[in-house]
Write a protein that binds this ligand. Structure first.
Ligand code: PLP
Length: 480
């Protein structure tokens, strides 16, 4: 069994085994003609249930053969140009090389004595990101598992910085298009059910600052404490960017912590063309970025950044066995002092490899391409009488629904759109997402693949219309 341990005597086995795994994936990439096979849970579940984990196959090749059957063949492939659903990106090769290196070396970024250069590389990437954000000389931050954790940590710091004698008085303001992790964070932070005040958005799906000002005033009048405003730079559904300068102004006026959730919009930090869309972000007290969304990085790769490094102390705990207080005086850089996690992946290496191979401009160009594609998709949808489209894109998302001229019952239109999404998924020809707008069911393209073309978008719109029409035809038959 020792031959399975990665060490000096097994280097050759390691090379062969990993290469074998990589070859399976490479073959898949070369031959995948649809983003999904359309397999159902009922078909797949018994195949996995039948495998006896107490009877190992012993041989990597045999296990990879089995994996073909239970995973690889029917996985959802984000690299396929007709995967248009969630905020998942195709990944860049330098990052995947980084992933292979980091998992084999297996550094843990909690302490210097488990990572050495890894710690310094992560710190340099945090500084690089802060430079791009413009957070100033005292800025700092740390890599996290994802945007949800970044938001949680930012709000923890905001809670601790808030001047209040009681958690019950604290209020967080976020737009109705903000991410649900804000509410979840409030719950985890022990804030009350009413702690998150939802601010309405305009037609453009951006937070209405007049309404925010109104809510902040009401908060003050009621003797409550505005703990934080969460501005979203790239809402999950619409890619809309809240008016950051105006919100920053209000935060200053009311003494509220400004958190900018740029989980999606952070790709603009690398853009030469569209960076101005997030101007104002430099006034944030904290920022969430998800490199695994718009920097084309494999999951997970995310960070929380803060204007004032000192605020990270609210996440610090000194454990004698790991990061005792004296190490601070000895200036030993232990990232666990800044993190909610203890053992932590060296995810930063993926971004490092990416920037060193492609350069930031290279990443930014890819993100610009998908933003341009969304513009073209918007024009297609706006000109197509079969569709209603919600808002012109600020990033790379389009929300729309099929609206047949002959059908007036909104519930029936809802059902046709829901059916079309399901049928499309079952066919595997393309994958699209869905959401609700004004209580009605809509469909959603999140465009993060520069390989997707306007022809793909047109073709998928035809497929959706075909499925919706089929549903409505059958529905008519049922009625008659
Ligand atoms: C995706 C997303 C999150 C959550 O990030 P995860 O990495 O999925 O945890 C938070 N905020 C916004 C705006 C997002 O789009």
């Amino acid at each position: 069994m020792r031959s399975h341990l990665l060490n000096d005597t097994t280097a050759e086995r390691y090379r062969r085994s990993v290469t074998e795994g990589i070859e399976r994936v490479a073959a898949k990439l070369a031959t995948t003609d649809r983003p999904f096979t359309g397999i159902t849970v009922d078909t797949l579940a018994p195949r996995i249930a039948r495998i006896d984990l107490d009877k190992p196959l012993r041989d990597t090749t045999a296990v990879l053969d089995e994996l073909e059957d239970v995973y690889l063949r029917d996985a959802v492939y984000f690299h396929h140009p007709r995967y248009l659903a969630h905020l998942n990106c195709p990944v860049v090769i330098p990052a995947v090389v980084g992933e292979a290196v980091l998992s084999a070396v297996n550094s843990s970024l909690d302490t210097w004595d488990q990572s050495a250069g890894g710690t310094l590389i992560e710190r340099k990437l945090i500084d690089w990101t802060n430079e791009r954000l413009g957070l100033g000389p005292a800025a700092d931050g740390v890599f996290t598992s994802g945007g949800s954790q970044s938001n949680l940590q930012a709000l923890l710091l905001a809670r601790e910085e808030a001047k209040s004698d009681s958690h019950a008085k604290l209020r967080i303001f976020a737009s109705e298009a903000g991410h649900f992790s804000v509410k979840k964070s409030a719950k985890l932070l022990g804030l009350g059910q009413d702690s998150v005040v939802t601010v309405p958005v305009g037609h453009d799906k951006r937070m209405q600052t007049v309404a925010l000002a109104h809510e902040l005033e009401r908060c003050r009048r009621d003797g409550l404490v505005p703990m934080a405003v969460v501005a979203t730079a790239g809402t999950t559904d619409f890619g809309s960017i809240d008016p950051l300068p105006e919100i920053a102004e209000l935060c200053e006026q009311f003494g509220a912590w400004l958190h900018v959730d740029a989980a999606y919009g952070c790709g603009l930090l690398a853009s030469l063309k569209n960076r101005h869309r997030i101007d104002g972000i430099e006034r944030a007290d904290s920022v969430t970025v998800d490199y695994h969304k718009s920097f084309f990085q494999p999951v997970s790769s995310s960070a929380v950044l803060v204007r004032d490094a000192a605020t990270l102390r609210h996440a610090t705990y000194h454990a004698e066995y790991l990061n005792p207080q004296r190490m601070v005086q000895e200036r030993i850089p232990n990232q666990v002092d800044k993190s909610l996690q203890t053992t932590r992946r060296f995810d930063a290496l993926k971004l490092w490899m990416t920037l060193r191979v492609m350069g930031a401009d290279g990443v930014g160009r890819l993100f610009d391409e998908v933003c341009d594609l969304a513009e073209e998709g918007w024009r297609l949808l706006a000109a197509d009488p079969r569709y209603d489209v919600v808002v012109a894109p600020s990033l790379s998302t389009l929300v729309f629904r099929y609206i047949p001229a002959a059908v007036t019952d909104p519930a029936e239109i809802d059902r046709a759109n829901l059916y079309a999404r399901k049928a499309l998924f079952a066919s595997g020809d393309a994958v699209v997402a869905g959401t609700k707008v004004g209580g009605r069911h809509f469909l959603k393209f999140t465009l993060l693949n520069p390989e997707t073309t306007t022809d793909d978008i047109s073709a998928v719109l035809d497929l959706i219309a075909g499925h919706a029409e089929q549903y409505l035809g059958e529905s008519l038959d049922r009625a008659s």
